[in-house]
Design a protein around this ligand. Structure first.
Ligand SMILES: Cc1cc2nc3c(=O)[nH]c(=O)nc-3n(C[C@H](O)[C@H](O)[C@H](O)COP(=O)(O)OP(=O)(O)OC[C@H]3O[C@@H](n4cnc5c(N)ncnc54)[C@H](O)[C@@H]3O)c2cc1C
Length: 501
């Protein structure tokens, strides 16, 4: 699509600046609010531009998992040992390949401090733990394994610790359950307001404004059909979310989630990424995606997942987001959940936060051979898998994929299968390449002066893999860095752009 309005505007051409602030933040979700708070605390006048009619973004609608560890007070009070080194080792192993090592190291080293910062800002965490498979804890528990730390292959080499921290849930005055993301964003937005942060709603950041030295000096904005210029005296922070809803960008970079966006909102159209690219910004891991599978983890852990050839491919008791990635990226989206009646009954009796995923199976049969035939799997594909699985399951072991003994059950009859083809969706993890101080990098490797970014418009701690909480985690952690850096920005011209005297 041709869009000339994405190109940077020369500030000499701006006749009138309608608003001025030291730091201008585009987007009032998790990265934007944390940037605004830190910039304001550093003494900057902050103006936030938000596309929607209210603040919070995807973050306010989210489950609220925030990935923290290395010995947070919540981990300690619940009796879990964790260390910065174990957290680093897990994140490097699970979130790659090609992770930004410097970002992961800073993130892990600053994690306990970040937990305390959130608590000081008014975020509360429930002192309770949920240890079973699930997308979210069913009773609002505050801590959970959220990345497969306690499952194969990671539990064999890296001491596991639960790091998915969930803000305490609450109810609205009308008795409606408020998601954890709301309970995270509400105190942060209130903190920003108490610091004097100004917010303009219904404003779409359209393009960047630069001076002749290449410094970013403002943002062009569209509101109610009119365009105006906003001046940033110290820096601009881009925090407008992912590109999960931009079909052109998905076609180019992450076509596997084209038409199946999930855990994102329509305003995630990649505008910030393209605005900065128009200035020469570098990007990283544009193909990386979080992928959810819409299936109940309590059922998956007790059954077996097979591909279109009837073969198992993942330990079924791991983080369901890891299962989603395996299914869509490595099995071409072909997946079936096979479970017998006894395990189905057992799973159905558990409390679930995934009740909408607890539909009836598609096929129910009296034998594995009959089921295999109904599913369209070539003869012998599923029967041989079940025979080998059961051979080891009698001694509660899974030597092929390492499912933990507590979830290994022999498969008997009657036996059923769910059709999970097409049951995946997700959001993008790639974006602008930034430093650990959230400076946006030019393709030359130098920071673009006056330009900072955080959240899902950047490539953060996840390069390919994912753990629940990593988005709110790196969005808030590096959002804070972006706000501090922008407030401290001295606006120097990059060396390569200076005219030799
Ligand atoms: C249902 C659901 C559950 C989720 N659960 C979790 C979870 O438990 N843990 C986790 O880590 N992540 C979760 N996520 C994902 C997480 O919410 C997002 O990845 C995260 O909020 C991204 O942070 P952000 O600041 O980049 O974007 P957002 O928080 O979405 O903020 C971006 C803001 O920018 C605004 N904006 C967009 N374009 C413009 C523009 N041009 N100009 C001005 N403003 C603009 C948007 O309207 C939005 O308010 C979930 C998401 C959903 C929807």
């Amino acid at each position: 699509m041709i869009d000339p309005t994405i190109k940077p505007v020369r500030d000499m051409a701006v006749a009138d600046w309608s608003h001025r602030a030291d730091v201008v933040v585009a987007g009032f979700g998790i990265a934007g609010v944390t940037a605004a708070i830190e910039a304001a605390r550093a003494g900057a006048r902050v103006l936030v531009l938000e596309l929607l009619g209210g603040g919070g973004g995807a973050a306010a609608m989210s489950g609220g998992f925030i990935y923290l560890g290395g010995g947070t007070p919540l981990q300690k009070s619940l009796g879990f040992e964790d260390s910065v080194d174990h957290m680093k080792a897990f994140m490097k192993a699970a979130l790659g390949p090609g992770v930004d090592v410097a970002k992961i190291e800073e993130y892990c080293e600053g994690s306990v401090n970040h937990y305390n910062w959130l608590v000081d800002a008014g975020v509360e965490f429930e002192e309770s733990f949920w240890g079973e498979p699930g997308w979210e804890p069913p009773h609002g528990e505050g801590l959970m394994y959220s990345g497969g730390e306690n499952a194969a292959p990671f539990n064999a080499t890296i001491p596991p610790a639960p790091r998915g921290h969930l803000p305490k849930k609450s109810e609205s005055a009308e008795g409606q359950q408020l998601p954890g993301g709301h309970m995270l964003m509400q105190p942060l937005i209130e903190t920003a307001r108490s610091l004097g942060v100004d917010v303009l709603y219904d404003c779409r950041a359209k393009s960047l404004i630069v001076n002749d030295d290449g410094l970013v000096t403002g943002v062009m904005v569209r509101r109610y059909g009119s365009d105006f210029a906003v001046r940033a005296e110290r820096g601009v922070v881009l925090a407008t979310g992912s590109f999960a809803y931009d079909n052109d960008m998905l076609t180019d970079s992450a076509p596997h989630i084209l038409g199946r966006p999930a855990a994102s909102i329509e305003s995630h159209d990649g505008r910030s990424i393209r605005m900065a690219q128009a200035l020469g910004a570098a990007t990283a891991h544009m193909d990386a995606t979080e992928i959810a599978i819409f299936s109940d983890p309590q059922l998956m852990a007790r059954g077996i997942l097979v591909n279109g050839r009837g073969q198992r491919f993942v330990a079924e008791d791991t983080y369901p987001g890891r299962i989603g990635q395996e299914v869509l990226l490595r099995q071409g989206g072909d997946a079936f959940l096979v479970i017998d009646e006894a395990s189905y009954e057992e799973a159905s009796a558990t409390v679930s936060t995934s009740s909408i995923m607890r539909s009836a199976p598609k096929w129910v049969c009296e034998s594995v051979a009959e089921l295999e035939s109904e599913m369209g799997i070539p003869a012998g594909g599923l029967t041989s898998t079940v025979e080998v699985y059961n051979r080891h399951a009698v001694s509660e072991s899974d030597p092929f994929l390492g499912k933990k003994p507590e979830w290994v059950r022999t498969l008997g009859t009657p036996i059923a299968a769910y059709d999970l083809r097409g049951m995946t969706g997700g959001f993008t993890l790639g974006g602008l390449k930034t430093t650990v101080d959230s400076e946006v990098l030019h393709v030359s490797g130098e920071p673009i002066p006056g330009l900072f970014a955080a959240g899902r418009c950047t490539s953060g701690v996840c390069a390919g893999g994912y753990a629940s909480g990593a988005s709110l985690g790196d969005g808030s952690f590096f959002g804070r860095r972006a706000g501090k850096s922008a407030a401290a920005s001295t606006r120097t011209t990059p060396a390569s752009d200076q005219v030799p005297s």
